[in-house]
Design a protein around this ligand. Structure first.
Ligand code: HEM
Length: 796
């Protein structure tokens, strides 16, 4: 792919990919993480850093994507898919991971943007300035405030598909929990469905006007000045406005504290603002109708003026994105007008066409400011932000019976933006433009705060907004309107998005100094194949010996071992002689590809119902999984042969329904079951298991039995918890994830029983003797799980 040589930023492998290139995905999730163990968090960071998307990777993908789209006449290419990761830290997060309470010198801390970063948006002084008072007060937030757990890091996961997102999220949740990090909040974001795609919840096309970047986007040769090719009207802004340490805008004030004091480790990083902005769609449109009626009552507009006409004045664009300044009367039919960014406001100084209070003129006044004479648009370059948000929640649909579409369901804009200076860019727009009733300044009648998005409407200027226009009589008329807020802040964070080098240093617990490992390559994120992944659960196929489904971090795979009889497979395995390790036959799909796993993101263990295997062509299972930190279980069935259709029978149930889960420590987290070899069933028809479960003092195991009484399976605790040290074969294991009988080595009629024991990203082979006191022994030392299930070209 040919790229003009002056566009060096397109090859950059230091700057994270969302900042300049932009992930631009339909499905996004932010995992807000809190670390609890600094060494574990650093080890996690070391592993995840090579997976963080760089500018070069994202730029290359986006370029291929848009070329394929052009070639297909505008359709999204179905074969080009990617899932990207981005990672940012709050100031407490950096303190935790480095173990240093003070990361900045006194002089640095006095810098505006660093002070903002340290304080965060919930700081009382900042919250007042930002308009986060009254209904927007941090005490109502779902994250980022004193009453909620401290957020240390924001992991952005963005994908082209829901399945891609789900499996990446499941994988990252497991990786985080293994590093003792807690997901304190999961914030979703997704393009709205169907014809609403690309729009925000009020119904307007969003993300139209984004800055171009010098050195990244191509300059328009047909136009003088810094304008982006093929994006008429889009200014190319110097990268230093979005990335620290790069060239800033020409009109940037070189004296701002942020420039003088920013430390070297922030080079090639960016500040990320995250805001959960709740939108009351029904309330907002009712207000549009009320205020339009007022304009009609005041005879400021013709009586047949439509609500869409007035709503477009509040935004500055029609629903399809077409700018009001160019198409003042009605929304043009040509969809191409929706991307039009080639306009200025100098010819409309009083806002007679595009009101001064419109969201567009409040968030980017272009050349519409007057300071004695009109202010050149170039002065706005240093105020631009890179918006990367997405809607969250389901669209409002008054005709739908589904509660998620109702007026009270949570929905809004997950507002995310990047900039080099929090104060001079995001805060400036929010505080000095959006919230300030006197902006644009110097007008006889103050325009008022931004009536579409300012959360301060009720308190600033008492909600008064002045609409200037030519009345039907032809007279110039000022009409005072009265707005209330229908956008509310429900969470906010200020984060720092470090360069790849700084991430690597942080993984070594510091911010400066030589990296001890200087050769770590940048690894392109790959689809998850059999890697050294922890084994969440593994299930033998009911009808084919030696075949298993594995469940690892959101992905189901089919594995076969030598017992299936293929010599080709046996050759490919390392341990066919003894424990018949397997090869991956195929990736079945994400958890969501099985109907029985609906809503499941983290599987903990699956127990076959002992007397319901291959009964009437089906096998039944109890599946234990974790939802928002609480383990529950459900009952599922799988048909005995291809295509192995799974079915969910009933809702998730609490663990308290298991009588055997009481005991000295109530069971809250079942990890694995190991069948007792000579009690499958015991003489009285009950099936016995050692059940391994996690407790606050480590993993314990207890003995339980499961009987049969009609449809019910009464369970009993046969012996209370013991430590893992009771098992010689488990020496060195802190937490077992799964047990699996080794095919052909599990003789119910006596002798030895071999099991694979999966723990973390390792597995070992153990033996449990039949009868007596079930003496156990370690047969084979730990090996990585990738050895147990390896990729192969075998397709049978
Ligand atoms: C729920 C809240 C919000 C909604 C529904 C919203 C919606 C929109 C829409 C529909 C546009 C026009 C399309 C476009 O040019 O991309 C837009 C543009 C924009 N918004 Fe917002 N917005 C919200 C909050 C904010 C906030 C909090 C900020 C910054 C503090 C902001 C900054 C901007 C900027 C800079 C533009 C581009 C203006 C231009 O260059 O013409 N928005 N927004």
């Amino acid at each position: 792919m040919s790229t003009p040589t002056d566009l060096k930023l397109r090859q950059d492998t230091e700057i994270q990919g969302d900042i300049i290139a932009g992930f631009k995905k339909d499905y996004v999730r932010l995992l807000l993480l809190q670390f609890n163990n600094a060494p574990a968090a650093r080890a996690w960071l070391e592993k995840i850093t090579p997976q963080i998307a760089t500018t070069a990777q994202v730029a290359d993908f986006n370029e291929r994507f848009s070329k394929a789209r052009q070639a297909s006449g505008g359709d999204d290419p179905s074969t080009l898919k990617a899932t990207w990761l981005g990672l940012s830290f709050t100031y407490p997060g950096l303190q935790f991971i480095t173990g240093q309470p003070d990361l900045l010198t006194a002089e640095q801390k006095a810098g505006d943007t660093l002070e903002a970063f340290i304080q965060g948006p919930a700081d009382p002084g900042r919250a007042i300035a930002l308009g986060d008072t009254d209904d927007n007060d941090p005490k109502f937030w779902t994250f980022g405030c004193a009453t909620k757990p401290t957020v240390h890091a924001v992991l952005t996961i963005a994908s082209d598909t829901q399945d891609g997102l789900d499996s990446a999220v499941a994988e990252q949740r497991v990786a985080a929990s293994r590093a003792s990090a807690v997901v304190v909040f999961e914030q979703e974001g997704a393009a709205l469905p169907g014809s609403k795609k690309g729009k925000e919840h009020f119904g307007f096309k969003d993300g139209v006007s984004e800055p171009g970047v010098l050195g990244f986007d191509e300059r328009d040769p047909a136009r003088s000045g810094n304008f982006e090719k093929a994006h008429p009207g889009t200014r190319l802004i110097p990268p230093g406005e979005f990335v620290i340490g790069r060239q800033p805008a020409e009109k940037h004030d070189p004296g701002t504290a942020a420039r003088k004091t920013i430390p070297a480790w922030m080079t090639d990083g960016s500040f990320q603002v995250v805001r959960r902005l709740e939108q009351d769609v029904a309330g907002w449109w009712a207000q549009v109708d009320r205020q339009l009626q007022r304009l009609k009552d005041l005879k400021a507009v013709p009586q047949d003026t439509t609500r869409d006409w007035f709503a477009a004045r509040l935004v500055g664009r029609w629903r399809n994105g077409a700018p009001v300044c160019k198409y003042p009367d009605t929304q043009p039919a040509d969809p191409a007008t929706g991307s039009d960014n080639d306009f200025l406001f100098a010819d409309d100084p009083d806002g007679l066409t595009t009101p001064l209070y419109s969201h567009l003129r409040k968030s980017n006044p272009r050349d519409g400011l007057i300071d004695g004479t009109p202010v050149d648009e170039v002065f706005m370059d240093a105020r631009r932000i890179m918006r990367r948000g997405a809607p969250y929640g389901q669209p409002f649909d008054p005709t739908s019976d589904v509660p998620d579409n109702g007026p009270d369901a949570a929905r809004g804009l997950l507002f995310v933006c990047y900039q080099a200076d929090l104060v001079a860019q995001f805060e400036f727009i929010q505080v000095n433009w959006i919230n300030d009733p006197d902006f644009p300044p110097g007008r006889e009648n103050k325009p008022g705060p931004d009536p579409m998005v300012s959360g301060q409407l009720a308190t600033v200027n008492d909600g008064k907004v002045n609409h200037e226009g030519l009345a039907p009589s032809g007279e110039r008329q000022t009409s005072t309107l009265d707005f209330r807020p229908f956008v509310r802040t429900r969470g906010a964070l200020y984060c720092f998005t470090p360069s790849i080098t700084t991430l690597r240093r942080l993984a070594q617990g510091r911010l400066t100094g030589e990296l001890t490992d200087t050769t770590q390559p940048v690894v392109t994120p790959q689809p998850v194949v059999a890697q050294n992944l922890p084994m969440d659960a593994v299930l033998p196929l009911p009808d084919v010996p030696g075949r298993f489904w594995t469940f690892q971090q959101g992905t189901i795979r089919l594995i076969t071992t030598g017992a299936a009889g293929s010599t080709q497979i046996r050759q490919l395995t390392t341990g066919a002689v003894d424990d018949r390790t397997g090869v991956v036959v195929k990736t079945v799909g994400p958890y969501s590809s099985w109907p029985a796993l609906k809503g499941v993101t983290q599987i903990d263990t699956i127990l076959p119902v002992p007397d319901e295997q291959q009964v009437n062509g089906k096998s039944s299972y109890w599946l234990f999984h974790t939802v928002n930190g609480t383990q529950v279980y459900r009952f599922i069935t799988i048909t005995a042969g291809e295509p192995y259709t799974s079915q969910l029978l009933g809702d998730d149930q609490p663990l308290s329904r298991w009588a055997s889960f009481g005991g000295s420590t109530a069971v809250t987290q079942v990890d694995a079951f190991l069948p007792v070899p000579d009690r499958r069933p015991a003489g009285d028809g009950t099936y016995w298991y050692w059940m391994f479960h996690n407790t606050s003092v480590g993993q314990r195991h207890r003995l339980i039995s499961i009987g049969r009484s009609g449809q019910a399976h009464p369970d009993r605790m046969q012996r209370d918890d013991r430590k893992l040290t009771a098992w010689a074969s488990l020496e060195g294991v802190t937490r077992v994830d799964a047990f699996l009988p080794v095919p052909g080595r599990d003789d119910p009629n006596g002798g030895q029983h071999w099991y694979w024991v999966f723990h973390q990203d390792q597995y070992r082979v153990i033996m449990v003797a039949h009868g007596g006191d079930h003496q156990d022994d370690l047969l084979r030392e730990d090996r990585p799980t990738a050895v147990w299930s390896r990729q192969s070209s075998v397709t049978s």
